[in-house]
Design a protein around this ligand. Structure first.
Ligand code: NAD
Ligand code: ZN
Length: 371
């Protein structure tokens, strides 16, 4: 392997029955072919992307794969959450099958979490499972969506309801691609970084508070550090609970409220914005229940605001939010299961919180001060 793969950081992730590596570094895209070759001897490789990422990076990815001896089957998916559904994938299955693949043909996702989720479902179901390579290109996908083996599409009944667990063979995170990401998408990823520290690492949270300007400046050295730190946290959580039967639910901090807010606003807010609002609501609820100090709830809000994510949303209907929660798959026996904080760095799941308290926390998002 060449210099850039040697200087890259490798984070091993184990799951029942196997392990894979998340490789993090700058200029890894030009090494993609060599890396994929290590996990597949196939003649062909399917490269799935979306139009924007494709225009920027398909050229170098394809070149690298071709040099490693792969015939590349290029597939472009339409971008956007409304397209993340089964119907979008029907022609994709057909076109990949028409290209004479075999059981070793890798499916490579080059893009954000949407491409990753759709390609992961394709990889998990085509020929009952093909090797899957994640090449995340958004911060959110690098620190969250590409790691853990969950892949799903949306149904009209809700988000991510049709899916599989299908672990990647390798994840290749080239942090230099983060420089072309829009500010909005970059902030969405920072929301997940705040989430990780909030649930697991109070020292990491303090460091993030101190380094947020470097993150916002997209300091390339810091970005690699940030991705390594966050993948390490996510790895620790999913290794302890690969099939989401216990503490993996902590990764849903801000997400039970967040998904409900996405639903209640008809996706007028992005995932990252909804999660930011959801973390504010969950922090305030934790405070109201006496689990988090008012100061720590404020620290979370301040960091979210510092990143440029919303901490309030005028006109939000608290009732619509709790109603949307009732169709979320995280509900057990009709009771919302909420991830709350017992201090920064310590998440716990509660399913005994009165709806009235949940509604109050959601309603608090309409104002600026949260009281
Ligand atoms: N499977 C999981 O465990 C998991 C976890 C978290 C989120 N998700 C899913 O991930 C999705 C969100 O992913 P996302 O935030 O990455 O959104 P996304 O995939 O829609 O990407 C955001 C936008 O950025 C563009 N883009 C991507 N990389 C770029 C780059 N390097 N330069 C310029 N533009 C670039 C894309 O074309 C797209 O328009 C949601 O559907 C969510 O449900 C899945
Ligand atoms: Zn998320």
């Amino acid at each position: 392997m060449t210099d850039s793969t040697q200087t890259a950081k490798r984070i091993p992730i184990s799951f029942p029955g196997g392990r894979y590596e998340v490789i993090i570094g700058a200029t890894l895209l030009s090494m993609l072919g060599q890396i994929v070759r290590q996990v597949s001897p196939a003649k062909r490789a399917a490269l799935i992307t979306d139009p924007r990422v494709g225009a920027l990076y398909t050229g170098s990815a394809t070149q690298s794969l071709t040099s490693a001896g792969f015939d590349v089957i290029a597939v472009e998916l339409p971008a956007g959450e409304p397209n993340k559904r089964l119907a979008t994938l029907i022609p994709v299955y057909d076109s990949i099958l028409e290209s004479h693949i075999d059981r070793q043909t890798p499916i490579i996702a080059l893009g954000g979490g949407i491409v990753g989720d759709m390609a992961g479902l394709v990889a998990g179901t085509l020929l009952r499972g093909l090797p899957f390579v994640q090449v995340p290109t958004t911060l959110l996908a690098m620190v969250d969506a590409s790691v853990g083996g969950k892949a799903a599409v949306n149904s009209s009944a809700g988000k991510n309801l049709i899916g599989v667990f299908h672990q990647p063979a390798v994840v290749v995170a080239d942090t230099s691609v983060l420089t072309t990401l829009s500010d909005e998408e970059f902030r969405n990823g920072l929301a997940e970084c705040i989430k990780h520290d909030a649930i697991r690492d109070v020292d990491g949270f303090t460091r993030l508070e101190g380094s947020i300007d470097r993150a916002l400046d997209r300091d390339i050295d810091y970005l690699a550090e940030l991705v390594v730190h966050n993948v390490t946290i996510k790895a620790r959580v999913i290794e302890a609970d690969p099939y989401e039967q216990g503490d993996r639910a902590h990764l849903n901090f801000g997400h039970t409220f967040g998904h409900a807010i996405e639903q209640a606003t008809g996706h007028a807010v992005t995932h990252g914005q909804a999660v930011a609002l959801g973390m504010v609501a969950a922090a305030r609820l934790s405070r109201d229940l006496g689990m988090l100090t008012a100061d720590d709830a404020k620290r979370i809000e301040r960091l979210i605001a510092r990143v440029g994510l919303p901490t309030h949303r005028g006109g939000l209907s608290a009732q619509a939010v709790t109603q949307a929660m009732s169709v979320d798959k995280k509900i057990r026996d009709g009771k919302p299961r909420l991830v709350l904080l017992q201090g920064i760095g310590h998440a716990i799941v509660r399913d005994d919180v009165p709806i009235s308290a949940i509604e109050r926390a959601a309603a608090s998002l309409r104002g600026h001060d949260g009281d």
